[in-house]
Design a binder for this molecule. Sequence first.
Ligand code: SAH
Ligand code: SF4
Ligand code: F3S
Length: 479
Amino acid sequence: MERLSGELKILSKEEKEGIDEARVSRDEEGDGKRKLYIESYGCQMNFADSEIVASILKKEGFVTTSDKNQAELILLNTCSIRDNAEQKVRQRLRILNATKKGKSNVKIGVLGCMAERLKTQLLEEEKMVDMVVGPDAYRDLPNLINEVETGQKAVNVFLSREETYADITPVKLDTNGVTAFISIMRGCDNMCSFCVVPYTRGRERSREPQTIINEAKELFNKGYKEVTLLGQNVDSYKWKNSQGEIEMTFAQLLASVAEIDPNLRVRFSTSHPKDITDEVLYTIKKYENICSYIHLPAQSGSSRILELMNRTYTREWYINKIDRIREILGDDCGISHDMITGFCTETEEDHKETLSLMDYVRYDYGYTFYYSERPGTPAAKKLEDDVDLETKKRRLDEVIQKQRQHSLERNRRSLNKVVKVLVEGFSKRSEDFLQGRSDQNKVVIFPKENYRKGDYVLVRIDECNAATLKGIAVEKELV
Ligand code: SAH
Ligand code: SF4
Ligand code: F3S
């Protein structure tokens, strides 16, 4: 009898509770201190924000815990990007409320994008929430906590034009000790019509460069070997002096971080196709330790849809950028995408253009979504969400299937080649194997031998599937 895969899947604790995509704070030492539990959803920037929050609350005498039952302050750092992201948080709030029942000293706060989007409405809808704090108001947390401790509800959702938390050293919450993320900017000014981020995160602002370089240096001195510079649109990073002249571009920042040490790998995310410059591409080429990998979200392959999305580039412009990347960095540069299927008015023709764009680019990896209308966005106000769910999902599936083929094809290019891997830890399946990433951001698994977490290892690849490369450590690079 044929075995049905997937039928008898054993759920982990996280999957059972519906928090498999969330990051949970870890246990910190600190007897007698107040315990803080933070669960974080959404993007890397949100995860980085939770580390800022932990840092602010550390000064208030809190230590983090991974056990919600131990905590007197429970924080959910939330995401609004799609409806299901918000539904997940609402479901979690219900579970956490059960934790809180009967314990009057336990307080629950909602942070992040959902707090910003819903504001006080969240207090009305979710009765168990004590505190609502938007992404630019974390410095106010000590005051807000004082307020809730007197039995009141507390809210601060003011968005700022300046706040970058530049001076706050994040407390690492969930770390392998090898790779870390650094926020270099906040907010977004792009106004893509489908996107809620400009409303939840406010105006774009860049962080003072020296604080970024110092944070990277500090991480390297602590043994970290890779930093990823984060922003919604990193290519529009700029730091201006008091006369308003540009003192540092993104390319220059990238170079400054790369110059800290050749053994510190540098990555970045996300690049917007309209803003990524040749200067950035040449900087990647110049420094061996800047990874040859670019996440370049397309969102659609149809110029008509791209215009409705207000992405401000056409299919041809996007293809031009891809050609430029390949010209300057070669065919081996890793490229990934974000793609949305079933955006307002999307026809079968438009969808085919997305598939044909994928055929042209042959991406290494892709993050794929079906369109989810977000209240208050330009698309929600002006366009009709007129593609039915079934069609959205079918098109999504076609995009995923195509991506799988391309990922496999791109991974096969590494067969019999030697790649440099930064080891992040044991492989998920076995402690006899180590797992790390190549320059192109591909997951590589190989037998442990005497290698350790944090080592750079040359691995000859002799097996692969669409998701991973497998190989064996070798002494030298093959020519
Ligand atoms: N700043 C990044 C993206 C941030 S959001 C950029 O511009 O590329 C991450 C991804 O979520 C987006 O690239 C998009 O593909 C997806 N996304 C955003 N809003 C969405 C919506 N309303 N429905 C479905 N997917 C969405
Ligand atoms: Fe959203 Fe567009 Fe900004 Fe990305 S660039 S965060 S998709 S508005
Ligand atoms: Fe989500 Fe906010 Fe990030 S909406 S994707 S957590 S910026």
